[in-house]
Design a binder for this molecule. Sequence first.
Ligand SMILES: NC(=O)c1ccc[n+]([C@@H]2O[C@H](COP(=O)([O-])OP(=O)(O)OC[C@H]3O[C@@H](n4cnc5c(N)ncnc54)[C@H](OP(=O)(O)O)[C@@H]3O)[C@@H](O)[C@H]2O)c1
Length: 305
Amino acid sequence: MPQIAWIGLGNIGKVLCENLARYGPKSTRVSAWNRTHSAAEELAAQVENIDAVSSLADAVNNSDIICVCLSDDAAVKDVFSEIESKASAAVSGKLFVDLSTIHPDTASAVAERVHKLGAEYLGSPIFGGVPLAKNRQVTLVLAGPSKAISRFRPFTTGVICGQLICLPDKPCAHAFMLKLLGNFIRFSAIATLAEADAFSEIVGLPPEALEQFVGVVLQGAAVGQLQGLRSGEYHKTGKPNVPITLWNKESSHLVDIASKCGARLDMLSTVASQGDRVNENYGPGVSLLTIFGLVREQCGLPFET
Ligand SMILES: NC(=O)c1ccc[n+]([C@@H]2O[C@H](COP(=O)([O-])OP(=O)(O)OC[C@H]3O[C@@H](n4cnc5c(N)ncnc54)[C@H](OP(=O)(O)O)[C@@H]3O)[C@@H](O)[C@H]2O)c1
């Protein structure tokens, strides 16, 4: 069984790492490294099969597959630069699986550096937040060489995720582009529900009318989404599952890509600036769902439901 390293034990990283150790193929052991070492020690104390490793080079050198789950592009660049400079043993033959949400160009550049070292790189961003991760129900997108996908597959469905979207032999950048586009659709849908709901309240439509339409015509996740927003989950929950900063990062990547392509995307511009206003008005620590409160205030309604 390959030795696994897990780099990055933030909100979602630590949950996925724990699932890998608990539900991975028999005898899976995970060497966990985090910039702030105490997070690795705490996780290793709680979960069998996880060893806290204090040196990034040791985590990489002792493993065959290295999963990386870091906050943003700068963090990913920092960690791969350190791996290049400090990994004393050959990195050749190892597989890096990057679960961070980053700009597709960053991923392509990192993949090139990794290939020069004789190793492989899979783009593997995650759809779904911490509650879904705890239930092993997130969706992973995998793009890269099909042999690399096969190598990582035993650690995916039923272990750290519920579903896979595989893009075999496609550039790793495709996985990150899909992740950004997917979240563009999701955030736009929330913003649209928010505006429709505020508009409906202002014009005096009974609340059940919109809810019935959403249930009968849109169905699926939209029903729970509207009910959750109306119940005020965006202002009642303490620590948000998904902070607005994640959407701010993703929308700025999307705006950058669209401008490089010369594509005019009005909806993207709107939801990117709505996300920026949520951050400016209520702070970077608030939930992405705070867009519902922002729209209410912009319509002259109270922030809270
Ligand atoms: N949270 C979600 O619901 C969710 C859902 C889907 C996708 N994602 C994506 O998954 C990734 C991880 O998310 P998260 O929620 O776990 O993030 P997070 O809680 O913000 O944790 C960030 C991790 O990156 C590390 N880090 C930051 N800068 C670093 C640097 N320069 N060098 C080394 N390590 C560094 C942090 O280490 P320290 O502990 O030392 O700060 C921490 O382990 C992100 O790209 C995010 O967009 C998150």
